[in-house]
Design a binder for this molecule. Structure first.
Ligand code: ADP
Ligand code: NA
Length: 332
């Protein structure tokens, strides 16, 4: 099994990112068997398809890597790198550009959504993004790719590119990557509004718990989190019309690794005056060690950059033979 997963570079990560994404990547690494490989790359080349501030991109790339390491990605077990340091990604994407068809890319819903009515003004990279994505996984002859709902179509395209390349050039170079559906990740809502997702783009810092928040800030944010004056019911069904309450229970259950019904049952009959301090303790106990490690890493950014360079070297040893074989198949 060889798993390849690309991760958007983004700054100011929060509890929603942790429970909804980062923790799943750590779990993936933790289930590896001997002989399996797991590659995580920061998709800095993909970031170029929309306008980027170069300083910001460099900063968020290192910060994302630091966050992953702080949250438990072990660079001795998983290969962690940024795409730009493995030039084979760009080169294979160009080679596959001869195989992918305009019609295939034209049908991508993400292209239609992101370009909107202004197709003429969209970057060429935004259009060919799925070809780079195909290269990202085919380069490592990946067997499995974790995909969310929004990326399924791009994985299908990668399979189409692999099939056409193998057929056109009579090679068995690219295995067809399978989607890896991980256990349903919880969706964490804003602490100020149970109908909005917890997000870095929410203007109110009180709406989210940032992974960099200190203990007192975490406690204060949870104390002020929107809830209601009722007690907790016996089961989650009783919270159907209470989105803020439901969200706090969801956070507790996710952090504790327990079912939501189990958590509600434990606190049934108690109000948020009792639930919130318990939630705050659990949150601080889980996020505190991650934040401390993250703070250390952010004070030693060179160390993080060095980890990424080491990861890129390992990735290149896996990538080089595939690229060479693709060139040979093409007469290059
Ligand atoms: P944001 O909404 O803060 O901009 P991103 O869109 O950059 O977050 O998401 C990065 C990753 O974190 C994605 O895998 C996304 O599904 C996950 N994620 C983001 N917000 C949440 C949330 N509130 N609950 C669960 N997962 C989330
Ligand atoms: Na977003």
């Amino acid at each position: 099994m060889r798993i390849v997963s690309g991760i958007q570079t983004t700054g100011n990560l929060h509890l929603g990112n942790y429970l909804g994404a980062i923790r799943q990547w750590v779990a993936m690494q933790d289930t590896l068997q001997p002989g399996d490989d797991c590659l995580f790359f920061l998709a800095d080349l993909h970031a170029l398809t929309v306008t980027q501030d170069p300083k910001e991109l460099a900063r968020t790339t290192v910060e994302m890597a630091a966050t992953l390491i702080a949250a438990g990605i072990d660079t001795d077990r998983a290969i962690l790198f940024n795409q730009a340091r493995v030039p084979e990604h760009s080169e294979l994407a160009w080679l596959l550009g001869g195989t992918a068809r305009m019609g295939w890319l034209n049908r991508m819903t993400q292209w239609k959504d992101k370009a909107g009515k202004n197709r003429e003004g969209a970057s060429v990279g935004l259009f060919t993004y799925p070809v780079l994505q195909a290269a990202d996984v085919l380069l490592y002859r990946a067997t499995h790719v974790p995909v969310g709902e929004d990326q399924k179509q791009h994985l299908e395209l990668a399979r189409d590119v692999a099939t056409k390349f193998n057929t056109d050039f009579a090679v068995e170079l690219f295995p067809l990557p399978e989607p890896l559906i991980s256990a349903a990740a919880p969706r964490i809502m804003s602490l100020r509004d149970g109908s909005a997702k917890m997000s870095k783009s929410d203007p109110s810092d009180m709406s989210r718990i940032n992974l960099i928040d200190d203990d007192d800030t975490i406690v204060a944010k949870l104390r002020k989190a929107k809830s209601d004056a009722d007690v907790l019911p016996e089961t989650m069904a009783g919270l159907a019309e209470r989105p803020e309450a439901r969200n706090l229970v969801t956070i507790y259950a996710a952090l504790a690794g327990r079912g939501t019904d189990d958590v509600v049952a434990e606190f049934a009959g108690q109000g948020f005056g009792a639930f919130k301090p318990a939630l705050a303790d659990l949150t601080v106990a889980t996020l505190g060690p991650i934040r401390d490690r993250l703070t250390q890493l952010l004070a030693n950014r060179d160390e993080v950059a060095a980890e990424l360079r080491k990861g890129a070297e390992k990735a290149r040893t896996l990538a080089a033979p595939t690229l060479r074989a693709a060139q040979e198949a093409l007469g290059l």
